[in-house]
Design a protein around this ligand. Structure first.
Ligand code: HEC
Ligand code: HEC
Ligand code: HEC
Length: 453
């Protein structure tokens, strides 16, 4: 009697959990833009202009030119080009916690690329994350974003890729151990984390917002870097754009929070940053973000950058000082540099390194000598008590091609010791930021291995 009651209770519990799980699967928000109020409709039922496709200025262009614009907006080149390799020929390594994955050759070479792929093959890869052999692709390939693209936009991308010169290059096969190499497991993962549907406009929002949502979510896949991942590698939907670590860099909080995100940036600062990689008094794009500007965002029309800005503004604020990538946003006014250090004897190591290696480009007041891009005052990177991106910038240097020419910072990783780099980091954050770092040389040594792979 007691026994059967326990059994019943247990069965009841199992039923409740099962119903809750099914309910969650059915009811959970599927689209990355589902935070916004309003009604989502199928694209065909949306009457406010088409949020998909290319910028209106290219409306009359041929399929290949439209495809080029979309391929840039989706930044396919970023991952499908190995360092020093031919564009789109693949071979870039993705070190995972278990083994390495390599991007594939997506030039139209018949043997080693996608030259033999049909339209259906290609659509299936971008919409479902399934390769030509029917096997699931790993979500390091952001099909979870591209699944939102319309079929005609996907085919325009294919037309552009097929217009390129085929490159013969067979990237290394991935070396991922059992059980993670069981690609069918990704099927379950997709059920949890891929929207698996096309973009649905929101009738409660402006047409500009909808265009921005398409650009940011379907093409730009900003969340792939800026949204933290959960234990199962899915993007954490409750922490959209709250900031994450990517290849040893902090991809900062870009929610609308004024203190921890970009809520205090003006529209002009945001559009300047996205289109040119520099926002006066705020930031210059370095590292993976510099690449995103150089390869992708700088080619987008002013309207499109404006739409992305409008959309980003609407992303719910996340005020979060605990996240791994959290760095407070400095005040907008460029702070007057702290009392000028005098040279001469008694100089700290950090000051000496700054004077010898940095001041010629950055100036002692951080205003930037060579270019506005080198201004450090007001920059979130020098406001980081962990000085993460500053370490990477110093180790790797920076180079950014923009419409105004190229800006450049030399790499100091080989010329300077861990102790010198730690000292200049602590000097720079102390001088230009509000959160002086206390980086030790062995921490610099650790960060070297995260970058110089
Ligand atoms: C963030 C990195 C990243 C971006 C951006 C990216 N890819 Fe990939 N892609 C990958 C990786 C990694 C793989 C290999 C996945 C695997 O083997 O499971 C891949 C695989 C593919 C495949 C399967 C090829 C094959 O031979 O099986 C296609 C097709 C593809 N990508 C096309 C594209 C297109 C088109 C774009 C832009 C719209 C794009 N990718 C953007 C990382 C990326
Ligand atoms: C490949 C990873 C990656 C992608 C994709 C990416 N970002 Fe970033 N983003 C970063 C990193 C890393 C930084 C920090 C750069 C730095 O320190 O200069 C950053 C910085 C930013 C900043 C400046 C924040 C600040 O306070 O300095 C903004 C704004 C931004 N990203 C917006 C976007 C938008 C919008 C997209 C999509 C179109 C996007 N990012 C896509 C990695 C990425
Ligand atoms: C040849 C000129 C030059 C030299 C030398 C130089 N920098 Fe830079 N630095 C720049 C430029 C230009 C940028 C912006 C690059 C960009 O936007 O891609 C920059 C960016 C930075 C950033 C911002 C990174 C971010 O994520 O926003 C930091 C921090 C920095 N430099 C520190 C230093 C330190 C410390 C030294 C000396 C060890 C130094 N720089 C030497 C030109 C230089």
């Amino acid at each position: 009697m007691r026994h059967s009651r326990k059994l019943l209770a247990l069965l009841g519990l199992v039923a409740v959990v099962a119903i809750a799980a099914v309910g969650w699967l059915v009811l959970r928000p599927r689209g990355p833009a589902d935070f916004a109020s309003g009604t989502r409709v199928e694209l065909a039922d949306y009457r406010e202009g088409d949020p998909t496709g290319v910028s209106p200025r290219l409306a009359g262009a041929d399929l290949v030119m439209r495809g080029e614009y979309l391929t840039r907006a989706a930044d396919c080149i970023a991952c499908h080009t190995a360092p020093g390799g031919k564009p789109f020929a693949g071979g870039m390594a993705f070190p995972l916690p278990f083994g390495s994955l390599y991007s594939t050759n997506i030039t139209p070479d018949k043997d080693t690329g996608i030259g033999g792929w049909s339209d259906e093959d290609f659509v299936k890869a971008l919409h479902e994350g399934v390769g030509r052999d029917g096997k699931h692709l790993y979500p390091a390939f952001p099909y979870t974003s591209y699944t939102l693209m319309t079929r005609s936009d996907v085919l325009a991308v294919k037309a552009y890729l097929f217009s390129l010169k085929p490159v013969r290059n067979r990237p290394p096969a991935s070396d991922i151990p059992f059980p993670f190499n069981q690609r069918y497991l990704i099927w379950f993962w997709n059920g949890l984390f891929s929207p698996g549907q096309r973009f649905q406009p929101n009738t409660g929002q402006t047409s500009e917002w909808n265009r921005g949502a398409y650009l940011v979510e379907a093409l730009g896949h900003c969340g792939e870097c800026h949204t933290p991942r959960n234990l199962l590698y899915g993007l954490s939907s409750g922490r959209k754009f709250a900031g994450a670590i990517i290849n040893g860099w902090k991809a900062y909080n870009i929610t609308s929070d004024p203190a921890w995100g970009i809520g205090a940036w003006s529209d002009a600062q945001l559009t300047d940053y996205l289109s040119s990689g520099h926002a006066e008094g705020r930031s210059s794009a370095v590292g993976p973000m510099g690449e995103a500007v150089e390869n992708s965002l700088r080619f987008l029309s002013e309207d499109d950058i404006g739409a992305m800005t409008a959309y980003l503004r609407s992303v719910p604020a996340i005020r979060d000082s605990a996240g791994l990538a959290a760095v407070p946003t400095p005040p907008a006014q460029v702070p007057a540099a702290k009392a000028a250090d005098s040279g001469g004897s008694g100089q700290s190591l950090g000051l000496r390194v700054f004077e010898g290696a940095c001041a010629s480009c950055h100036n002692f007041d951080g205003s930037g000598a060579v270019s506005v891009y080198a201004s450090l005052a007001g920059n979130r990177t020098v406001n980081d008590a962990a000085a993460v991106n500053a370490t990477q910038a110093i180790l790797q240097g920076a180079r950014l091609r923009t419409a105004h020419g190229e800006v450049f910072m030399s790499a100091f990783g080989t010329a300077y010791s861990d102790a010198e780099i730690a000292a200049v980091l602590n000097y720079v954050t102390g001088r230009f930021g509000a959160n002086t770092s206390a980086i030790k040389p062995d921490e610099v040594a650790k960060r070297r291995t995260a970058t110089m792979r």
